[in-house]
Design a binder for this molecule. Structure first.
Ligand code: CA
Length: 405
């Protein structure tokens, strides 16, 4: 698992936003260049099939907002440990409101389960995580946000241009008005925080009034989330996964959220449910993760976990959705404790780890602070050589070992 993923809370794209330094076109002379940028965007939208009426209305409202682009500049140094992420995701408040929403919208959830096969607890968890059940959807005009990114942010310009065309298409179709199309600064919209292209492909008009209104209509928002999960491969009657117990001396080289194998494979390695029983959902391909290494909890995943990752590719996010859903369904908290004395590394500390691995002759990749599979493999080798459990986890204890303190 990439450590970067932990801090991510929204679309896959926003992980990039959150972790990559923005590169402003700082030399841009403010107004004239902005106007020519907007003219270029308008031309591109025309080619995309957006009418002159929609274009002139939309682009008449946008303003040069260099400050907004600067505010987006973000290279968070500190990474929230997964246990803190889970604590805030599965908070008593969210559980309370979630239970109320489940009751309040019971007939809607019933219908969504029948049509999409996605259970109500998962949908409620997504709703709670994405917009606090619709109460925090973002107040920025989406067209303005995307124009700001397109014109001022070199790294996100391509993304923003694509999203802008999709957003204009949504307005042209009449799903929402220009003024009411609100969302985050990166263009995530409504109660489900769909970016425009996701909306375009997956949003549904579940209440049948002719508009796909994920901003104000719960049925449309939750229907859209259900449709997106179903199309992402959601299997009905299957949980995301469950907590497991690993035998001592377990070989962590097989731990990956991408390696799905038959239940028998895991059983041969001694993996059991946390209560000691044999593995459940044996007919399905299963993967195994230990997001905080050998001294933290481990989980068996089903492919429904993968479907949640389509929504947001952070392991911490998907685990939070799964656990929040379980808790809303009345299941117990996780059993194993998290290694709170061995927190994740900061961005610069991750680079120090990569440099240390390079010095040890175990790593030849980029010093980019991203713990990908190459860095992880090198960490496992380093750990094995240095009397540590080779779990590939990049935590504070590894850094201490490496710096000899
Ligand atoms: Ca509707």
């Amino acid at each position: 698992m990439s450590v970067q993923n932990i801090i991510c809370k929204k679309r896959p794209f926003s992980m990039v936003i959150a972790t990559t330094a923005i590169s402003l076109l700082a030399s841009l002379p403010a107004h004239a260049s902005f106007q020519s940028c907007v003219a270029g965007l308008s031309n591109a939208a025309k080619t995309y099939g957006i009418s002159s009426q929609v274009r002139s209305q939309a682009f008449a409202l946008v303003q040069p907002k260099l400050d907004a682009a600067k505010k987006a500049k973000s290279q968070p140094e500190f990474v929230k440990p997964i246990w803190q992420y889970l604590d805030s995701a599965v908070s008593p408040y969210r559980l309370k409101i979630g239970r109320e929403k489940l009751q309040q919208h019971a007939p809607l959830f019933e219908a969504l389960e029948v049509i999409y096969g996605v259970n109500r607890h998962v949908l409620t968890a997504v709703w709670g995580m994405e917009s606090s059940f619709g109460s925090f959807q973002g107040k920025r005009n989406v067209i303005q946000s995307l124009v700001t990114l397109a014109c001022y942010d070199q790294k996100r310009s391509k993304y923003a241009r694509k999203q802008l065309n999709a957003a204009l298409k949504i307005i042209q179709r009449g799903d929402i008005s220009l003024q009411k199309m609100e969302g985050s600064w990166a263009g995530a919209m409504g109660q489900t925080q769909f970016i425009p292209t996701t909306y375009d492909a997956y949003a549904v008009d579940f209440d049948g009034d002719g508009k796909r209104n994920i901003w104000q209509t719960e049925a449309d928002a939750l229907g859209s989330a259900a449709n997106y999960l179903r199309i992402s491969g959601w299997t009905p009657q299957l949980p995301w996964g469950y907590e497991v117990k690993l035998p001592s001396g377990f070989n962590y080289s097989v731990v990956s959220r991408d390696s799905y194998r038959p239940a028998s494979y895991w059983e041969k390695l001694g993996v059991k449910q946390i209560n000691g029983k044999r593995l459940a959902y044996r007919d399905h391909e299963l993967a195994l993760i230990a997001p905080a290494g050998a001294t933290g909890p481990a989980f068996i995943l089903t492919k429904n976990f993968k479907a949640i990752l389509r929504y947001n590719r952070s392991t911490a996010y998907a685990l939070s959705i799964g656990h929040l859903a379980d808790r809303l369904a009345g299941h117990a908290p996780f059993v194993a404790a998290w290694p709170t004395d061995n927190g994740p590394l900061t961005f610069s500390q991750r680079k120090m780890i990569q440099e240390g691995l390079k010095r040890a002759g175990l790593y030849s990749g980029k010093i980019d602070g991203i713990i990908g599979s190459g860095t992880q493999a090198a960490i496992k080798q380093y750990q094995a050589r240095n009397g540590m459990q080779p779990d590939g986890y990049a935590g504070q204890k590894l850094l201490k070992k490496m710096s000899g303190s």
